[in-house]
Design a binder for this molecule. Structure first.
Ligand code: ATP
Ligand code: MG
Length: 222
């Protein structure tokens, strides 16, 4: 059986076939406010109990929310936050992490929230850079995929969505390169006030459209 890392919620782990798979990229996408960051912070804080978590953050993570979720403040030093403020900084940061990874002890997980935020914002402003941006996004995903394999850890990549004009379907940004490279793709959907479903969109050993429910609460997710 492929190894799994716990989300920190046993009900979710069971629903997801044991937790988050090591050695691969899991992509998480969903609408604004769907709970992607809450999910990632909760999983990061849980994984930090056992080792180092690398958290690449493009949105400016809320220290208030981290404080609400964290029970044992001493484990927070195990989460290495890398704040990226532009697409170029993001490219540099992923490259740096790839180069440094052997020197950082005990990496248990890498999370990138959100890999397509700067990409989308800057690419759309600078149409002449579209091709370079496409290629370098794939390059970053490749580096993260290599880290997942070489370190045998889960890598979580958060992705934004756009709404398809004709069908009003909500689809992930970033094209097929990202979709192929992620061996698990999970969509988070709002199902009610604070209620969310993780919908399996692609998985190597779970059926499509399988749903795993959770709630966003004061203390994180449950
Ligand atoms: P974006 O795409 O904008 O980054 P996201 O998918 O990352 O959005 P989150 O920031 O994870 O979304 O989730 C936002 C939701 O979390 C909001 O609906 C908010 O009400 C809920 N939330 C935040 N803090 C609390 C709390 N203390 N108690 C209950 N719900 C909370
Ligand atoms: Mg977010």
């Amino acid at each position: 059986m492929n190894e799994r890392v716990s989300t920190g919620i046993s009900r979710l782990d069971i629903c997801l076939g044991g937790g988050l798979e090591t050695g691969i990229i899991t992509e998480i996408y969903g609408e604004a406010g769907s709970g992607k960051t809450n999910f990632c912070l909760f999983v990061a804080i849980n994984s930090a109990k056992t080792g180092t978590v690398i958290y690449i953050d493009s949105e400016g993570v809320s220290s208030d929310r981290i404080a609400q979720i964290t029970v044992d403040q001493s484990i927070l030093s195990n989460i290495k936050f890398f704040r990226v403020r532009s697409y170029d900084e993001q490219l540099e940061t992923v490259t740096k992490i790839a180069n440094l990874s052997q020197a950082i002890p005990d990496i248990r997980m890498i999370i990138f929230d959100t890999i397509t935020a700067h990409y989308r914002a800057e690419r759309d402003k600078r149409a002449e850079l579209r091709k370079r941006y496409g290629n370098t996004l794939t390059y970053q995903v490749e580096m993260l995929n290599n880290l997942a394999m070489n370190l045998n850890i889960p890598v979580i990549i958060v992705n934004q969505v756009y709404t398809e004009k004709d069908s009003s379907n909500v689809l992930p940004v970033g094209g097929s390169g990202l979709a192929h490279m992620a061996k698990a793709i999970l969509k988070i959907e709002k199902t009610g006030s604070g209620r969310r479903d993780i919908v399996v969109m692609k998985h190597r050993s779970l059926p499509e459209q399988k749903r795993c429910s959770f709630s966003i609460t004061e203390k994180g997710i449950e």
